[in-house]
Design a protein around this ligand. Structure first.
Ligand SMILES: Cc1cc2nc3c(=O)[nH]c(=O)nc-3n(C[C@H](O)[C@H](O)[C@H](O)COP(=O)(O)OP(=O)(O)OC[C@H]3O[C@@H](n4cnc5c(N)ncnc54)[C@H](O)[C@@H]3O)c2cc1C
Length: 433
């Protein structure tokens, strides 16, 4: 049994399969850790540290003898033989193949977007962005003339959960930590722009939630640019569809997703977002021993449309695929995937969040939703140690308005003329082809 990807989907599947003596699993991932993407924006804004949002895959399974973990990057899949090739020059084959390689930023071929923006999809992305943000404050503190050149203008592209949460957290960091710790810097000159092509923020949420998110972000000083598209990204400014420009040295990309590149190199049927098309039982159309899961797949929902790219969908699909694989082994029929929708949540700012609970979407906002968001995300973190550390970081930030993890440790990303495309790990940030 081969599993490609130790994200929410791959881990969900491995957790349930590893309990069965009937299977021997090889889990392949290009990183030796699982990354908790929903909290990356807090790493980028100095609220949490690397160890709070990632954990070792080997440690998770160290008590289990029927799973091998290999640190490899899969480059090609042969669906007929269920064999994968790796960048390291090896091949792996399995009776069942589970593809859960996740997604990457989609730059929609917008000129300059790949070279001149900071996406937020990997741990490396989040660390680079943190260094970039901190470096701009340092640069402007040393040389205030840079402020007129846009050094303190942060442009966030995409008004979905990633862009909205990032905007709120960055605005909060500027008001609390930066204004207190850079006494010589005119931090009130800092601007956070949130640019969204559609007419609302947080499209999956209700109309009331759209209005709430806009109101809170504007209260916190975020400049909203709705019905506005970024059409070009340059090293020192972005161009909007109406011809207006915003000077900036930091563009954060949260505008779109596409499947990881190995989907294209798999010869499997793909659809929207380059994602692999699967049947309701999560097997790939035409390949009953290959499963595709999570952000890597278009999983049909009850109305026939693909389910959203969410951690909860990926985790549940992983666990469901494990059940279907065990059913296959026992000669029993596979069952169509049913996603149990517990609801959706987004953090907007201090004491401000939105929670829409259950399939009926009972809506909560404000401090209650804020506390609920903290509780749910705390519960999802792995070890007790990480839960305690994260809780302390949150309490510290809440009461003392101090962010403890201001580490400018990616000097490559920190240079004012640096942009993402020039550093390694390119697969993390490839453009739409
Ligand atoms: C910034 C951000 C915030 C988010 N916030 C939320 C939220 O609040 N709530 C929510 O439900 N969802 C959220 N999501 C979405 C959620 O994180 C994803 O839906 C979920 O991670 C998908 O899980 P996955 O297992 O499909 O992919 P991933 O978690 O991305 O895992 C894919 C794995 O595959 C590995 N991999 C990729 N390519 C290869 C290769 N070629 N060879 C070997 N290994 C490979 C990667 O290293 C990774 O470990 C957020 C996403 C982002 C980026």
């Amino acid at each position: 049994m081969l599993i490609v990807g130790g994200g929410f989907a791959g881990l969900g599947c491995a957790f349930d399969l590893v309990r069965s003596d009937a299977v021997r699993i090889t889990l392949l991932d290009r990183h030796n850790y699982h990354q908790f993407q929903p909290l990356f924006y807090q790493l980028a804004t100095s609220q949490l540290s690397v160890r709070d949002v990632s954990f070792s895959l080997r440690r998770v399974f160290r008590e289990k003898s029927n799973i091998d973990i290999k640190l490899v990057e899969v480059t090609r899949v042969d669906p007929k033989t269920r064999t994968v090739e790796t960048k390291e020059g090896e091949t792996y084959q399995g009776d069942f193949l589970v593809l859960a390689a996740g997604s990457q930023a989609n730059f929609f071929n917008i000129p300059g977007a790949q070279s001149n923006t900071f996406p937020l999809y990997t741990l490396t992305d989040a660390q680079r962005l943190r260094s970039r943000i901190l470096a701009l404050f340092e640069d402007a503190d040393r040389d205030p003339k840079l402020i007129d050149q846009g050094a303190l203008n942060f442009v966030i592209v995409g008004g979905g959960p990633t862009g909205t949460e990032m905007s709120g957290s960055l605005a909060d960091m500027i008001h609390s930590t930066v204004s207190a710790e850079y006494p010589d810097l005119a931090s009130s000159a800092a601007r956070v722009y949130l640019v969204e092509r559609g007419s609302t923020l947080l499209p999956p949420f209700s109309a009331g939630a759209h209005e709430y998110a806009s109101r809170v972000l504007q209260r916190d000083g975020v400049q909203l640019r709705l019905n506005a598209s970024v059409t070009e990204v340059h090293p020192d400014h972005v161009v909007l569809g109406d011809g207006n420009t915003i000077k900036t040295r930091c563009v954060i990309w949260g505008a779109g997703l596409m499947a990881a590149p190995v989907a294209r190199a798999s010869g499997l049927p793909t659809g929207r977002g380059g994602r692999v098309q699967v049947e309701p039982d999560l097997t790939v159309t035409g390949f009953p021993a290959i499963y595709a899961l999570g952000d890597f797949a278009n999983i049909p929902g009850p109305d026939g449309r693909a389910l959203p790219q969410l951690g909860s969908v990926a985790l549940q699909a992983g666990r469901w695929a494990a059940k279907n694989i065990l059913a296959d082994i026992e000669g029993k029929p596979r069952r169509p995937f049913h996603y149990f929708d517990k609801g959706i949540m987004a953090m907007i700012g201090r004491n401000a969040a939105i929670a829409e609970i259950g399939e009926r979407r009972h809506e909560l906002t404000g401090a209650v939703a804020y506390a609920m968001w903290l509780g749910v995300h705390l519960a999802l973190l792995t070890t007790l140690q990480v839960k305690i550390e994260t809780f302390v970081e949150w309490v510290w930030d809440y009461f003392l308005q101090e962010r403890g993890v201001q580490l400018l440790n990616r000097s490559d990303a920190a240079r004012i003329d640096w942009y993402g495309d020039q550093s390694g790990d390119k697969n993390d940030t490839a453009a739409a082809k």
